[in-house]
Design a protein around this ligand. Structure first.
Ligand code: CUV
Ligand code: SF4
Length: 632
């Protein structure tokens, strides 16, 4: 079903990643549209929406505020620009926190089932981590076997979502004491995750909270529930179930797809499914079956965050990040894309119709019209995974051989830098890192995270910002689509030390680590929080005193809004490379980029140019060093 391509994409300019341009050209030859094409068709995009000035929260609307002041200044209910912009942002945070935390809920459910001995296909892999989390949450582990500890832990964690009353979230036990004090003082301690998210929806209903300050403060509270509990749980329990990542070598970019193998891509976010698909696909039985269908075997590659999950733990190659999902289909060489949820463009089903790729959805909460739906459940995990992998293998003879084009590019990546792995690289204590920071061998640490956005050059800001920082002796860590971008650019290979400043280079060579560390998927931004908390505690400081910063240079998802907000809430100076929809209210913009610092010690900073952003971030780091009296 070739489509008429009205607007052509200037393929050479759209991406900093090798192989992307040639596949966009192929898409146009094949009559297939991608996100870049659809973005052109969307022009001009609504300016009210971009400014955050459009409200559809009730049926007296939709209402729009005239940013120039000559038209309406209030909605029908009287809501001002400030109210509308703040309400819209709060709903974005709510959706982002919901996505992370509902993912966490799914992991908790499987964890609980394992603890109760119900799910034979999963097990407790990292018992050390199980015990340490239990103890951190005040569950005694003495004279208890691991199942028993896991059962008690599961119960506590289940209650994080919907417990009644005003008691703080239990997972906040992992946050540094100094931070808790800051949050307590500002009334920002989250109670239950679902409750905070629900309250976002309540507050933004017509005629409830109209004060931008109180709306935004609740947004901060909700984001803390996401970062320090929801996402944190997803990370901890995934580690306990599948193992805590350790440095592992793999390859990145679309060149990991193999010409004469059955290619399966796992895409989405939850390792519960993707880990099983990888295990089953790699089994003797499935490899043999693939041979029966004329292939040399089965090759699994990852995409987006579930790709990060299986890359970090199993060394599964990663085929690309968010904007490359359609391109993977356009290679003509992918038998199946198996998805769970989040960041899966419905478009992959349309694109797949032009090739042979089967799109298989697996989650009761994520159906896509035109996809094959095979519902996954933990109890029958292996059987279902087999059924799915079999569909992919049987599809191999349908590959349109005359229209296959796999770009040659791929590159080595070292991934798997969990907090535990970083500690191990440091010899078991944070001391060497602290010394390097204090002496100025490393000037600071920046966490870069987040998505792709076709409004800006694909992966360009991700890699430019990272390169600009490492050359200034700033250690870069990160997650999500950033980490895939950095991997595909070679920034996570040992050779990347050539791009680092002399101090960082020395540290990387001594510790045998790359200058950009892959810390995992989006929920693993929680790992960054743990590192920051541990550094602050070890130095007797608050996170907001540390020479650190955060950035989401190419963000697009609501999850990224929640992440950015919990970084700020945790005291981190946080850069956004895509302007958030808040510019319709000077007041809201000022709160987020200035005033909020007085409350939580972190704030947002918006700068689309990654080179300028790097300079500003570096200057912030230097300012923090000055305040600490550390050499510059
Ligand atoms: Ni969760 S949220 S595009 S896959 S990082 Fe990638 Fe990461 Fe954004 Fe999505
Ligand atoms: Fe308009 Fe107010 Fe209704 Fe929003 S809530 S649509 S501003 S009347």
């Amino acid at each position: 079903m070739a489509e008429y391509i009205k607007y052509r994409v200037p393929a050479k300019g759209v991406s900093a990643t090798k192989g992307v341009a040639e596949l966009i050209e192929k898409a146009e030859e094949d009559g297939v549209k991608t996100a870049w094409h659809r973005l052109l068709e969307q022009q001009p995009q609504c300016a009210f929406g971009q400014l955050g000035l459009c409200c559809r929260n009730c049926a007296m609307g939709p209402c729009r505020i005239d940013p120039f002041g000559s038209g309406p200044t209030k909605g029908v209910c009287g809501a001002s620009a400030d109210t509308i912009v703040a309400r819209n942002l709060l709903r974005m945070i709510a959706a982002g926190a919901a996505a992370h935390s509902d993912h966490a809920r799914d992991v908790v459910e499987v964890f609980k089932g394992v603890a109760e001995g119900r799910f034979q296909y999963y097990r407790l892999t990292d018992v050390e981590k199980l015990k340490s989390l239990a103890e951190a949450l005040g569950i005694s582990t003495e004279d208890k076997d691991e199942q028993e500890i896991a059962r008690e832990l599961a119960e506590v964690l289940e209650w994080e979502f919907g417990k009644p009353g005003d008691e703080p979230l239990r997972m906040l036990a992992l946050a540094p004491k100094k931070r808790i004090k800051v949050w307590e003082k500002a009334g920002l301690i989250p109670r239950a995750i679902d409750r905070e998210i629900c309250e976002c929806m309540h507050r933004t209903h017509i005629g409830v909270d109209a004060d931008p300050v109180s709306l935004l403060l609740h947004g901060i509270r909700t984001s803390i529930a996401d970062g320090w509990s929801g996402s944190m749980m997803a990370t901890y329990l995934s580690d306990i179930l599948f193992g805590t990542p350790k440095p592992i070598k793999a390859e990145a970019n679309l060149g990991v797809l193999k010409e004469d193998y059955v290619n399966i891509i796992v895409h989405g976010h939850n390792p519960i499914l993707s880990t099983k698909i990888v295990e089953v696909a790699m089994s003797e039985e499935m490899q043999e079956l693939a041979k029966k269908y004329g292939a040399r075997g089965v090759n699994v590659a990852g995409m987006c965050c579930t790709g990060n999950e299986v890359l970090m733990r199993l060394g599964v190659p990663i085929a690309g990040n968010f904007l490359m999902q359609e391109l993977a289909v356009i290679t003509g060489a992918v038998e199946a894309i198996i998805v769970d949820y989040q960041c899966i463009m419905p478009a992959i089903v349309d694109v797949a119709q032009c090739y042979h790729t089967k799109i298989i959805t697996t989650e009761p909460k994520a159906h896509i019209p035109g996809a094959i739906h095979i519902e996954f459940n933990a109890e029958k995990a292996d059987e279902i995974a087999k059924e799915i992998v079999r569909i992919a293998i049987e599809n191999y003879p349908n590959r349109p051989r005359d229209r296959v084009h796999i770009p040659k590019h791929k590159i080595e990546v070292i991934a798997g830098f969990s907090v535990e792995a970083i500690l191990e690289a440091l010899g078991g204590t944070l001391e060497p890192l602290i010394n390097a920071l204090r002496e100025g061998t490393i000037k600071g640490i920046v966490g870069i995270v987040g998505c792709n956005n076709p409004k800006i050059r694909h992966n360009h800001s991700h890699v430019t910002l990272a390169k600009e920082l490492i050359k200034r002796d700033v250690l870069v860590v990160g997650t999500g689509c950033w980490s895939i971008a950095a991997a595909m650019d070679g920034l996570m290979s040992p050779k990347a030390v050539d791009l680092a400043g002399p101090g960082l280079r020395k540290v990387c060579e001594t510790l045998n680590i790359p200058p950009c560390l892959h810390m995992g998927s989006c929920v693993d931004c929680s790992r960054i929080l743990i590192v920051l908390g541990a550094l602050a505690d070890a130095l007797g400081l608050d996170i907001s005193d540390l020479p650190v910063a955060g950035s989401a240079p190419e963000w697009m998802s609501e999850k990224a809004v929640s992440i950015g907000t919990y970084f700020v809430a945790s005291g981190v100076f946080t850069h956004l490379g895509v302007v958030p929809p808040v510019m319709g209210s000077q007041k809201v913009a000022k709160i987020l980029t200035e005033d909020v610092e007085d409350i939580v010690g972190g704030k947002f900073y918006v700068e689309p140019d990654p080179v300028k952003a790097a300079e500003t971030i570096y200057n912030v780091i230097i300012e923090k060093r000055k305040k600490l009296g550390w050499p510059l």
